[in-house]
Ligand binder design. Sequence first.
Ligand code: ADP
Length: 257
Amino acid sequence: PAKPIYAGELPPGLQRISSIVAVSSCKGGVGKSTVAVNLAYTLAGMGARVGIFDADVYGPSLPTMVSPENRLLEMNPETRTILPTEYLGVKLVSFGFAGQGRAIMRGPMVSGVISQLLTTAEWGELDYLIIDMPPGTGDIQLTLCQVVPLTAAVIVTTPQKLAFIDVAKGVRMFSKLKVPCVAVVENMCHFDADGKRYYPFGRGSGSQVVQQFGIPHLFDLPIRPTLSASGDSGIPEAVADPQGEVAKTFQDLGVCV
Ligand code: ADP
């Protein structure tokens, strides 16, 4: 494996971050970005200084999920560092804010470019940097995990039995890197309609995950139209409804990371 560049000294822009938390999933579309963004805004709501790094080059979702006034990252010409943009006090870096350059990037360049964007950003003083990882556990993910010292990982999955194998892959990757997986979020676990609760993907695999992999915390997130609508509107649900059920789940998750 590549030598972590922080083995010597962490890049100056990252030296004043207390915790770097990876939010990871094996597949796309399970709600990883939804969890990353709502976790970040919940922590900010609890008084923490927070940044989000959206590491998805091909399908960055951060620009849809938040509404910063300035939608382009700026470069400090003297230090050649990148200045994150900001929305409601949370610092944001995403390829979606990088202008047109991202369109011409090819696969083999990706790990290097992600690492560069992450490590040349001037994050300033942060309590938490939340990294919305690209989906999967391949080379790009591994490199990214080695570029910065991760404090903790949160794995997002859906409740199918099959998702079990995915969680195992994620846990294995992070344990190789000696990063503790502090929580699994089972997203889209149920929905309520006509006074009844439905479990479209089955149930019960959650507690098995916790036992088998020794992960200390498991959180359920229901299917909620408001969660999807807020993701599309640019105002995360944790911001739009800070007293709601979703916000409460994220506060509990926030205490674990
Ligand atoms: P990923 O980052 O894993 O690709 P996203 O967070 O982008 O997944 O979620 C994929 C889509 O599903 C988005 O449109 C999002 O709003 C929606 N979504 C995620 N979780 C939920 C949920 N619990 N209830 C309703 N919609 C959800």
